[in-house]
Design a protein. Structure first.
Length: 218
């Protein structure tokens, strides 16, 4: 039975969030392919995971028999997040751009699940794991635009997920999401609407692809 790990990190509620709407379209298509599958969902905005602290960080490099009660509890929470990732057949991440980068809640989750020698490193068991990232943004940071050099979402997540986990990372990028609410961007509304429509279509298509059952060899 397939498992999808779905993470949202937008501060906006579902009805006002582009990234949430697009991840929901992907998830719906994935579930249609896997009616008996499991979705493990974490809303990192509504229920943030703790930032990685000293106790949990060093616990990964020390004998569990030496852990005190506080360190054992901190590491147990980290292990729970790691196991959710390890058990996933596909990962879906909603990563809206905030101040040119990812939400701090998503960064906290990444810090928790990156464990050298377990999830991360040359022999990572996550190598080849399909990860789809919905990287929404209020403007455009595409190649050739004035803000191209300020794109720290795709560049960061692609580099991190591929180098640490060996994951196969794919991006869906709905952009210009502020066009409808920012008078200065009014002329960009048609482009924003086209970008959103494409993002939803891509999410549905990719959800079907990554949700398609893998045929076993005879």
């Amino acid at each position: 039975m397939a498992t999808l790990l779905h993470l949202d990190s937008s501060l906006s509620p579902a009805e006002g969030s582009t990234s949430r709407a697009v991840t929901a379209a992907f998830r719906k298509a994935w579930q249609e392919q896997n009616p008996d599958g499991t979705v493990v969902y974490r809303d990192l905005a509504a229920a943030p995971v703790p930032h990685l602290g000293t106790l949990a960080a060093f616990a990964a490099f020390t004998d569990p028999a030496t852990h005190g009660p506080e360190q054992a509890a901190a590491f147990a929470e980290r292990v729970k997040l790691v196991e959710e990732l390890e058990q996933a057949d596909a990962v879906l991440i909603g990563a809206p751009m905030y101040n040119f980068s990812i939400p701090s809640t998503l960064k906290a989750w990444l810090d928790q699940v990156i464990v050298m020698g377990r999830t991360a490193g040359p022999e990572s068991p996550l190598k080849g794991l399909p990860v789809t990232v919905v990287a929404s943004r209020g403007g455009s940071y595409a190649a050739g635009t004035p803000r191209e050099g300020l794109e720290y979402v795709q560049n960061y997540l692609d580099g991190l997920l591929t180098s640490m986990f060996g994951a196969e990372v794919d991006f869906i990028v709905p952009e210009l999401t502020l066009a409808a609410s920012n008078p200065a961007m009014a002329e960009l509304i048609p482009l924003a609407e086209a970008s959103y429509a494409k993002a939803l279509a891509d999410a549905e298509s990719k959800g079907k692809v990554f949700g398609a059952p893998v045929a076993s060899a005879a």
